[in-house]
Design a binder for this molecule. Structure first.
Ligand code: PGA
Length: 259
């Protein structure tokens, strides 16, 4: 593996109010050590209403976690009721924004075109996108998994330049594995993350492809983290359910310590 630093991201989805968020961050700060954050980047993606609270505790206590968001709009400002602009997140020192999560695509109808606009807007605001891709069970069974993710990655990265691309994170999340307790086998997850990397190589060449970090997401737990994270093309995890509890998230972040 190139010298890619793994990144473990906690996607809290629509869970935890700002008091609960504060408690979880404090618990994590007791469990996760300097050695852990030397070895892996850790990003926390709370709901919007918690971000300011989490930012305050991270900065006041100098906690070594990156602040993340789950979503944003692509416009800078305007009459977009309920939406949040990338610059608003950047102002709160958000570093990573999840974009194109399958729940946003499927439940809220986000298209590849909207997702690409968001990727560009997040980069323009000085943050890094975590661009999600993944296939449904029907697509997998029809042998269309690789073509689907190649299409999503290619569309999501349109007009992103090579320098920006090299810093991006891409999360491969098979939809049938999200929140279901059904994890992709390490072999399948590796094969799909390798397919994501070869898509990036086709777009930008090998050097960029070797630099992009590719996460696996979908029912990652302490018990399967080590096997998944030690695959050559898997550079971290996007964690949903298991990120809501400090002990399980810390153990995933510490995957390198278990067998
Ligand atoms: P899960 O969610 O870990 O609960 O499967 C992952 C995700 O949707 O990012």
């Amino acid at each position: 593996m190139a010298d890619r630093k793994p990144i473990i991201s906690g996607n809290w989805k629509m869970h935890l109010n700002h008091f609960e968020a504060l408690k979880l961050v404090q618990e994590l700060s007791y469990l996760i050590t300097e050695d852990d954050v030397d070895a892996v980047d850790i990003s926390l993606h709370p709901p919007f209403t918690d971000i300011r609270t989490v930012q305050t505790v991270l900065e006041a206590d100098k906690l070594p976690f990156h602040l993340g968001a789950q979503h944003c709009h692509f416009e800078e400002k305007g009459a977009f009721t309920g939406e949040v602009a990338p610059s608003m997140l950047a102002k709160l020192n958000v570093g990573y924004v999840i974009v194109g999560h399958s729940e946003r695509r499927e439940v809220f109808g986000e298209s590849d075109e909207m997702i690409n606009k968001k990727v560009l807007a997040i980069l323009a605001a000085g943050m890094l996108p975590i661009l999600c891709c993944g296939e449904t069970l029907e697509e997998r069974e029809a042998g269309e998994a690789e073509s689907k993710i190649a299409r999503q990655v290619t569309a999501g990265m349109a007009s992103v330049n090579a320098e920006q691309a090299a810093d991006m994170v891409i999360a491969y999340e098979p939809i049938w594995a999200i929140g279901t307790g059904r994890t992709a086998s390490a072999e399948d997850a590796q094969a799909m993350c390798a397919a994501v990397r070869s898509t990036v190589a086709g777009l930008y060449g090998d050097e960029v492809a070797q630099s992009v970090r590719i996460q696996y997401g979908g029912s990652v737990k302490p018990v399967n983290a080590h096997e998944l994270m030690t695959q050559p093309d898997i550079d971290g995890a996007l964690v949903g359910g298991a990120a809501l509890e400090a002990d399980s998230f810390a153990r995933i972040a510490q995957f390198r310590l278990s067998e």
